[in-house]
Design a protein around this ligand. Structure first.
Ligand code: FAD
Length: 386
């Protein structure tokens, strides 16, 4: 299967059907409202019930837990189609799915039973809390603590920029149970409704306004021993494993933004007339579109390859880093070119490229910045030289 994947990437009928379903729902349930949601910074909570009815919230959750049991390639296609209409919705689904995958991989049978069913049906949306004010790329420097008690743990500390934090039914949070460094970190599944968990601040941001980002405070939050996800001390590795899969989602988000920019640019270049011709007749415009189409294809191939490797149970961390780095760089670069093709109209909120331009940037930052992806890729070739 892998050799075939490498020779020629063919999507199966099932995979195409998932992409088509996501595209259809995005057109019906998101497209008519997204400009207003973006302007008013609305987190469309009820939308996730509709996505869940279509199987998209439990897309990679096995059927035995109420999910769709689809593969990672289908997941990548679904995220791409959602992001083509709204990058904010896409990241909410992507982070949620990343945590479903983590629970599936590292959770106990009881944790899977407890959480996966409600996550697959969007009774709960999942959030991820790793970053702190002084621990971003260097996440192993985190300071929030989990102190062992007779019945479980007491959590204490602050988490920054937690996606979906204000609306989450469960948060995968990383806390220090041991000494300094990565080995002292453990992962927990935490209900934000517990006493002591508060949303301290909702983050105002440049783009992805339909997603929620917030800072969370954990003030002596008591959780049972069954809240521990994976082994004590394995939480940093578990978070990195989750983020590796998450990068397929963010690469797909970037691809969706890029595809939308290409769609809009082609349309505008045919319609807008200057000097007596459609502007697409000028090479200064048409060559930008050609580059956009080429990078879109390349980003898709890298991302589908990473997803196919994940499906085949092969190592996919390095391909996922390459996919995320390439797709996010291309999305940011071509969103700027799409805006340029639209001239002054592109700078106004009458055309969606202005939103795509604002949304594209974050794909180069979260779930590992572009520099961190390059560190990962370079280290795979050079080893650790420092
Ligand atoms: C909208 C949004 C949503 C987010 N959602 C979540 C979430 O749900 N959960 C969560 O835990 N976090 C989340 N984050 C945090 C995000 O993952 C971090 O912002 C990101 O990992 C970078 O960390 P930092 O911002 O602290 O930057 P820093 O780590 O301080 O980096 C600053 C700069 O230095 C560079 N740099 C750092 N180290 C190196 C190095 N070794 N080599 C080369 N360059 C380096 C970086 O690439 C960057 O350019 C979110 C952030 C935003 C803005």
């Amino acid at each position: 299967m892998l050799a075939q994947t490498r020779a020629q990437f063919e999507l199966t009928q099932e995979q195409r059907a998932v992409g088509a379903l996501a595209a259809e729902i995005a057109q019906r349930e998101i497209a008519p409202f997204v400009a207003a949601w973006d302007r008013e910074h609305v987190f469309p909570r009820e939308l996730y019930g509709k996505l869940s009815d279509a199987g998209l919230m439990g897309i990679i959750v096995p059927e035995e837990y109420g999910g769709a049991g689809a593969d990672y390639v289908s997941y990548a296609l679904a995220i791409e189609e959602l992001a083509r209409v709204d990058a904010g919705t896409a990241v909410t689904v992507s982070v949620h799915s990343m945590i479903c995958a983590a629970i599936l991989k590292m959770g106990t049978p009881a944790q899977r039973e407890r959480w996966l069913r409600s996550l697959a049906t969007a009774d709960s949306i999942a959030g991820f809390a790793l970053t702190e004010s002084d621990a971003g790329s260097d996440a192993a420097a985190l300071r929030a603590t989990a102190r062992r008690t007779e019945h479980g743990y007491v959590l204490r500390g602050r988490k920054q920029w937690c996606s979906t934090g204000s609306y989450a039914g469960v948060i995968m949070g990383m806390f220090r149970t041991g000494g300094a460094g990565a080995r002292g970190v453990s992962a927990f599944l935490i209900e934000p409704s517990l006493p002591g968990v508060t949303v301290e601040r909702v983050t105002e941001k440049l783009g992805i306004h339909t997603s929620n980002t917030c800072d969370l405070a954990f003030d002596d939050v008591e959780v049972g021993a069954d809240a521990l996800l994976g082994e004590e001390g394995a939480g940093f590795g578990n978070a990195m494993t989750a983020l590796t899969a998450g990068r397929i989602g963010i690469a797909s988000q970037a691809i969706g933004i890029l595809a939308a920019c290409l769609d809009e640019s082609v349309k505008f270049a045919k319609e807008r007339v200057a000097f007596g011709k459609p502007i697409g007749a000028f090479e200064g415009v048409s060559f930008k579109i050609a580059q956009m189409a080429m990078d879109l294809d390349a980003a898709r191939m890298l991302t589908y390859r990473a997803a196919a490797l994940a499906d085949a149970g092969e190592p996919f961390a390095l391909p996922a880093s390459k996919a995320k780095l390439f797709a996010s760089t291309a999305a940011r670069k071509h969103a700027a070119e799409a805006l340029q093709i639209h001239g002054g109209y592109g700078y106004t909120s009458e055309f969606p490229v202005e939103r795509h331009y604002r949304d594209a940037k974050i794909t180069e930052i979260y779930e590992g910045t572009s520099e961190i992806q390059q560190v990962i890729i370079a280290r795979s070739l050079l080893g650790r030289l420092d």
